[in-house]
Design a protein around this ligand. Structure first.
Ligand code: ADP
Ligand code: MG
Length: 362
């Protein structure tokens, strides 16, 4: 698969603040790549630079190998869907969708054919004559999507397209979007601040923070082997326990946690004896026992502080013996169970984990 879109050192400053800083992104043909990051991390700025609505201060954008950095937006042949739909309120659904074709001077017959085709695809049949005020939020988003793909752009940019929809509809639309993308083969650059949405939809995720890309990888890579503390914290849920590096070996390193508890982690770059940082273990990788029979791996002790029944899972908050009430937040253990296990608040427990499921971050 070839490179569809490529940015080289792309940067945007507002006054002296870098909204987007030296972004090198390589999007492959037919890929679904998601920019994931908190509000203000520069996702929209990056997307609108690629669309041609925002001028870059530095860097270049290439599409199919051609430099498009100074090409105006309407000549970039890129489809775009915004969060707020941006439909024309007085135009019918049909005319909204046909608009890009009109701009491109297609004949009425050709327009009709193409619009009918996407209307089938996004399942808006029967609503052609309505105006936006007469359809639901989900239907408006379908119109916006239809309008963005009707001229068959080779790349589609979407900025938080589902965030105005309620949870059920959003999840339904995620599957539909993914299926439309797979059927049409269109390359998608998608923006969301919702990590669950990013994990379910993307072939790769670029995690952004403060204008910079922190990591690019498949959903499994960014979840299981986060590149740094920010990524570990932002994607999924994790426990951070203060730790100090003791010894470093070829593939592993020994740490000491609070209370001098020793443990081993896979070695990561930059680890030297004496380095202070955190041990990161995801809640689903921790196991706890109330009878103290933890045999393998490192063991911490604590008291059950609280437990939550979440329907499909069960979450337990444990305050470690080494923590005081004003100290760091309790450790979270999460299990997916058919039934809620018996837990008694305030009982003493031991917590263990597999060394290969833990990571050290500075
Ligand atoms: P995101 O889409 O990830 O929420 P944005 O790209 O909208 O982030 O914004 C990135 C940063 O750039 C933020 O700090 C924001 O305040 C700033 N910014 C965005 N647009 C402008 C603008 N037109 N003028 C000044 N600052 C801006
Ligand atoms: Mg934004």
């Amino acid at each position: 698969m070839g490179t569809k879109l490529f940015t080289k050192d792309l940067s945007k400053f507002y006054d002296t603040v870098a909204a987007v800083s030296r972004i090198n992104l390589d999007i492959k043909e037919g890929e679904f790549l998601t920019l994931l990051g908190p509000s203000g991390s520069g996702k929209t700025t990056l997307l609108t630079m690629i669309a041609g609505f925002t001028r870059a201060n530095r860097g270049k954008i290439f599409m199919d190998g051609t430099d498009i950095t100074s090409l105006p937006a309407h000549r970039r042949d890129i489809g775009m869907v915004f969060q707020n739909y941006a439909l024309f309120p007085h135009m019918s659904v049909f005319d909204n969708i046909a608009y890009p074709l009109k701009l491109r001077n297609l004949s009425a017959a050709k327009r009709h054919l193409l619009v009918q085709e996407v209307i089938e695809m996004v399942r808006l049949n029967g609503l052609e004559k309505r105006i936006p005020a007469e359809i639901s939020g989900g239907q408006k988003q379908r119109v916006a999507l239809a309008r963005a793909i009707v001229f068959k752009p080779p790349i589609l940019l979407m900025d938080e397209p589902l965030s105005a929809l309620d949870k059920k509809l959003r999840e339904h639309m995620q599957l539909e979007l993914k299926s439309i993308q797979e059927r049409t083969g269109v390359t998608v650059l998608y923006v969301t601040h919702d990590q669950e949405e990013a994990l379910t939809m993307s072939s790769r995720i670029a995690v952004m923070d403060r204008g910079k890309i922190q990591q690019v990888g498949t959903p499994a890579e960014v979840y299981h082997t986060p590149a740094n503390r920010f990524v570990a914290d932002f994607i999924g849920e994790t426990n951070f326990l203060p730790a100090r590096v003791e010894n470093v070996f070829d593939a592993t390193a020994n740490l000491r946690l609070a209370g001098q508890v020793p443990c081993t982690v896979p070695k990561t770059p930059g680890m030297t004896p004496g380095t202070q940082g955190v041990l990161s273990v995801r809640p689903e990788n921790l196991f706890f026992s109330q009878d103290g029979n933890e045999s393998t791996g490192p063991v911490l002790t604590g008291k059950i502080q609280d437990s939550l029944f979440l329907g499909d899972a069960f979450k337990c908050f444990i305050r470690l013996s080494q923590q005081d009430e004003t100290g760091p937040p309790p450790v979270v253990v999460m299990k997916r169970f058919g039934r809620m296990p018996q837990v008694t608040p305030k009982t003493r427990v031991t917590i263990g984990w597999n060394p290969s499921d833990a990571q050290f971050f500075i």
